[in-house]
Design a protein around this ligand. Structure first.
Ligand SMILES: Cc1cc2nc3c(=O)[nH]c(=O)nc-3n(C[C@H](O)[C@H](O)[C@H](O)COP(=O)(O)OP(=O)(O)OC[C@H]3O[C@@H](n4cnc5c(N)ncnc54)[C@H](O)[C@@H]3O)c2cc1C
Length: 558
């Protein structure tokens, strides 16, 4: 049995199998320390260990543990030994009878005992409080911090651990990362009852342990919305990048019942950008995560619903309603739909790369992993602005950054200001006409094979980190046959649909499609997913806002 009084998050635990003594210790402790400490009382050693594990999972601190020496399942010394595995920094006191003084003295060595108290300790003012005061003072003088946030325990080179960290970071959920080879990581795993084979283990701020959770499970436990609250909306936005967020802000602020559905985390590609320097109004640049997090909060403040970890897998026309469907059979109906699904990085298919993805090989996730590259050699693949930004960002920590570019020069594909900054940075070297043709390693990337396409030669280099930012492809397979797309899968809209003066097949209105309207009336597209779009943050935001204006026009004539 355990009993605790609510108070601060720092606890004092007392364990005694004798109910009367246990209550008396707790009462005396509570009288003097109850205001500032939570007094947790356990009436057996196993119950005491359970209480400690719970406190550990919740991120509470334990300042002091008082254990009776004579207990049936484990004696006080054995109990304190196990308690040390959970809270090594807590001060330890053994409660003993006079006859057990010898055992108490032995315990000073076995469990590094701070003190032993002879029973009875009356009056506490003389025999108990001075001892506890001194121990608490000592404990407070050493550095302890409360850890109320989410904790992730994982393996340094596990792909899923890396994905979970990325997911939490992109959803602005603060977390603390522990590897399985550090003592605190092991303690947390033990407290969660996990054997460490299924990783990562995520411990929520209220102490729940999630073993190898899916994104959807994580989202719901860390307080992100995953299901719509309404039955019918004016506007469903698919995709939470700048275009979708722009539309959500304008749609909701102009009174449209608006829901935004995002498959991963709001922010899109822009959320992965370390520094956006060409967005209007930010002369010193702004991190993509900061910009898009503000946009998400702005949209929600106006009343837009933002659902995360929900991938839209189908679009259907049902009379005047438009239905977006999910893989689990659920759906959302609305008058209008905005497709803002952007683009994603293409995978590079070279031997070894797939196996090492998440273990030294990353697609566009430089921000989360950057600190791990401290003092090491890093390779970045890509010739566009995203690769240039990543190289500059990574060069702050890495010993060297090598930018691998397939084309013979950078100038055609990268903005001038980035090319210049890279040239001026001594930590970055650029290898043009170079391709990655293979990767190898054990637990983690160790080597890359590079081909110089100009010279026709190959070379193997030591490499622990490879970040790929290559080409973009639209995420529109699920729209196949529903809306008109170009040969590369980008959604065609507005005047571009009227090739040869013909309206799109099945178009049954007496007006031509509006500017951002697809071949299905009431379904719009904005941002990078649109054929011939500018592939910039500002233009995506602008198109999102403009789409809302066209949605109003469409609704007026409905
Ligand atoms: C690293 C990096 C740096 C960049 N730097 C700059 C810069 O400095 N300046 C600049 O102007 N541009 C920059 N860009 C480009 C810019 O970020 C993009 O042009 C912009 O993000 C496009 O916005 P979007 O909303 O159209 O699409 P995206 O940002 O691609 O967002 C689309 C969203 O839709 C979601 N989605 C896709 N399919 C589905 C589905 N079926 N169901 C639910 N959700 C779905 C995706 O998960 C994604 O979150 C950069 C890009 C990257 C990757």
């Amino acid at each position: 049995m355990t009993e605790q009084a609510e108070g601060t998050r720092t606890a004092i635990l007392t364990v005694d199998d004798d109910g009367g003594v246990s209550r008396a210790v707790a009462r005396d402790l509570r009288r003097r320390y109850g205001e500032q400490h939570r007094i947790v009382r356990a009436q057996s050693a196993p119950a005491g260990l359970d209480a400690l594990r719970q406190l550990k999972l919740r991120g509470d601190l334990v300042a002091l543990i008082l254990a009776d020496y004579r207990m049936p399942e484990l004696n006080g010394i054995e109990f304190l030994e196990q308690a040390m595995d959970i809270y090594p920094e807590a001060r330890r006191v053994l409660l003993t009878a006079y006859a057990d003084t010898g055992a108490a003295i032995d315990a000073i060595n076995v469990v590094d005992l701070d003190h032993y108290l002879l029973k009875p300790w009356d009056p506490p003012e003389e025999k108990l409080y001075p001892v506890v005061d001194a121990l608490l003072e000592e404990w407070e003088a050493s550095e302890h911090r409360l850890v109320p946030e989410t904790k992730v325990v994982g393996h340094r080179w596990s792909a899923r651990s890396s994905e979970v960290r990325e997911f939490l970071a992109r959803n602005q959920v603060p977390y603390r990362w522990y590897t399985t080879d550090e003592a605190e990581g092991q303690r947390l795993l033990a407290a969660a009852g996990a054997d460490g084979r299924a990783l990562p283990v995520v411990i929520t701020p209220d102490g729940e342990a999630l073993i190898e959770p899916s994104d959807a499970e994580l989202a719901s436990r860390v307080g992100l919305a995953t299901t719509p609250s309404g039955d019918f909306y004016d506007l469903v936005i698919v995709g939470g990048g700048p275009a979708g967020l722009g539309a959500a802000v304008y749609g909701a602020s102009e009174g449209l019942r608006t829901v935004l559905v995002e498959q991963l985390a709001a922010g899109g590609q822009a959320g992965q950008s370390s520094r956006i320097e060409n967005y209007l109004g930010f002369p010193d640049g702004v991190s993509g995560a900061q910009l898009t997090d503000r946009a998400r909060r702005q949209a929600q403040r106006f009343g837009a619903e933002v659902l995360t970890t929900r991938e839209v897998t189908g679009l259907e026309v049902r009379g005047s309603a438009r239905r977006v469907k999910f893989a689990d059979g659920s759906f959302i109906d609305a008058h209008t739909v905005l497709l803002a699904t952007g683009v994603s990085y293409r995978q590079l298919h070279a031997p070894g790369l797939d196996e090492l993805t998440g273990r030294g090989v990353y697609y566009g996730s430089a921000l989360t992993e950057a600190t791990a590259c401290l003092g090491q050699d890093v390779y970045v693949v890509g010739g566009a602005n995203s690769a240039g930004q990543a190289a500059l960002y990574l060069s702050r920590n890495a010993k060297s950054v090598t930018l691998l570019v397939r084309a013979p020069s950078l100038e055609k594909s990268m903005s001038y200001y980035l090319v210049k900054r890279i040239a001026d940075n001594p930590a970055i070297s650029v290898r043009t006409s170079t391709e990655v043709i293979g990767a190898s390693g054990g637990d983690h990337l160790e080597r890359l094979t590079l081909r110089d396409t100009a010279a026709g030669s190959t070379e193997t280099v030591d490499a622990q980190w490879l970040y790929l930012f290559i080409g973009a492809q639209p995420l529109t397979d699920w729209l196949d046959g529903v809306v008109v797309c170009d040969a590369r899968g980008f959604v065609v809209a507005g005047p571009d649909l009227l090739a040869g003066g013909e309206r799109p097949r099945g178009w049954n209105l007496d007006r031509p499609p509006y500017h951002l309207e697809t071949s299905v009336p009431g379904v719009f597209v904005a941002g990078d997913a649109r054929a011939e779009s500018a592939k910039r943050v500002a233009s995506a935001v602008g198109e999102g806002a403009m789409a809302v204006m066209l949605v109003h026009r469409y609704l007026e004539k409905l």
